[in-house]
Design a protein around this ligand. Structure first.
Ligand code: URA
Length: 211
């Protein structure tokens, strides 16, 4: 049964409001994306496999836990996921980053699958897929299928904004995938944008075309 975990944290909601604001600069936008990613990280990593290990404190030996090896693979859906991926990687020792390049055709919303670069042992790793926006679910669906076809069995998706249409699509196609999202918005518009949304996340992160 798919789980969707939406954050109601005040700091997350504060950053979302700043991301929505069309007056927010690209530099600030990237910073807020990083901060939201950090705030979602605890939830996103809740189910990482752990191993018990003895550790010697200055006072005694005790049992602690470390993230199991091989570490998780953070999978960035390019290009908008890259900032989230780098941010998460700074928090997770021994994580690697994989890349799936998917571009959405502006009119048909069909997905152009142009690049894949994943660690060769990805099937042994817990995967955290990052993409700021879960809109139609087209690109996320392609990315998850690619991972499952490669043998990955545990997947958590992290989004900043999602809409009910995209969540419905992913949870029905992939009931074992967990979704951690900062905010679930109202709906998709006819062009595949989330409303009220924040516009095109990739363009706003990288300061390219206005939409
Ligand atoms: N991708 C975006 O960047 N924004 C949307 O609203 C939908 C998909």
């Amino acid at each position: 049964m798919a789980t969707v975990s939406e954050s109601h944290n005040p700091l997350v909601l504060d950053r979302i409001t700043r991301l929505r604001d069309k007056a927010t600069s690209s530099r600030e936008f990237r910073q807020f994306v990083k901060e939201i990613t950090i705030l979602l990280a605890a939830d996103a990593t809740n189910e990482l496999p752990m191993v018990d290990i003895d550790v010697e404190t200055p006072l005694q030996v005790t049992t602690g836990q470390l993230v199991s090896q091989p570490g998780p693979c953070i999978v960035s859906i390019m290009r908008a996921g890259n900032v989230m991926a780098e941010t998460l990687r700074d928090l997770i020792s021994d994580a690697s980053i994989g890349f799936i390049g998917l571009a959405r055709q502006p009119v048909t919303l069909e997905i152009d699958d142009y690049y894949t670069n994943l660690p060769s042992d990805i099937q042994d790793r817990y995967c955290i897929v990052v993409d700021p926006m879960l809109a139609t679910g087209n690109s996320l669906s392609v990315a998850i299928k690619k991972l499952i076809d490669t043998g990955v069995s545990q997947i958590t998706v992290v989004n900043i904004l999602a809409c009910p249409e995209g969540i419905q699509r992913i949870t029905s196609e992939y009931p074992d995938v967990r979704i951690v999202v900062a905010k679930v918005d109202d709906k998709l518009n006819e062009k595949g944008y989330i409303l009220p949304g924040l516009g095109d996340a990739g363009d706003r992160i990288y300061g390219t075309d206005d939409h």
